[in-house]
Design a protein. Structure first.
Length: 164
């Protein structure tokens, strides 16, 4: 009888552990890791994070929901399209310069690792500077999501910023 109760208890514990593990959220995609280090001129000073500051990527549902508008069509890009983000890490002012075709509008969302939007803006300017002082993000990596809108198409991507 004692052996039966012990087996039953062990099976119950294993079932409970299996339920807990299966219900655990997959936070791997929501943790921002790695940055592309740049100096005040936007020159790379370390190993680049290959996922940062690109123009074409696939987003999950949470990332897509950061923007209320968009197009299904991806804009054609050529080799002259690029982004310079600097400095990274930064203390307070961070700039992004987009080198894309004329007549593009860029929408930005800066989020914490839980996807809380802490800053949102749109701009027709090719260079935007963000003052991160008032965002309450010291010693954190935040992510900038961006969409570049053409006439009937878009480009999208993200980059991580370390705020010191």
């Amino acid at each position: 009888m004692k052996n039966f109760k012990m087996k039953r208890s062990l099976i119950s514990i294993l079932i409970i552990l299996a339920v807990i593990v299966s219900c655990e959220e997959d936070n791997e995609n929501s943790i921002f890791k790695g940055i592309t280090e740049t100096n005040d001129n936007g020159e790379s000073i370390g190993s680049p994070d290959e996922n940062d500051w690109n123009f074409s990527e696939t987003w999950n549902e949470t990332e897509n929901s950061l923007f209320s508008e968009g197009y299904e069509t991806v804009c054609d890009i050529d080799n002259s399209y690029h982004i310079i983000a600097y400095p990274n890490p930064c203390e307070n002012i961070f700039s992004i310069s987009f080198y894309v075709a004329e007549n593009k509008r860029v929408a930005y969302r800066i989020v914490k690792s839980d996807y809380e939007v802490i800053f949102s803006t749109d701009s027709a300017s090719s260079t935007v500077a963000f003052n991160l002082n008032n965002l309450n993000v010291d010693n954190e990596i935040v992510r900038v999501y961006y969409k570049v809108f053409g006439e009937n198409c878009e480009l999208k991507g993200h980059g991580d910023i370390k705020v010191e």
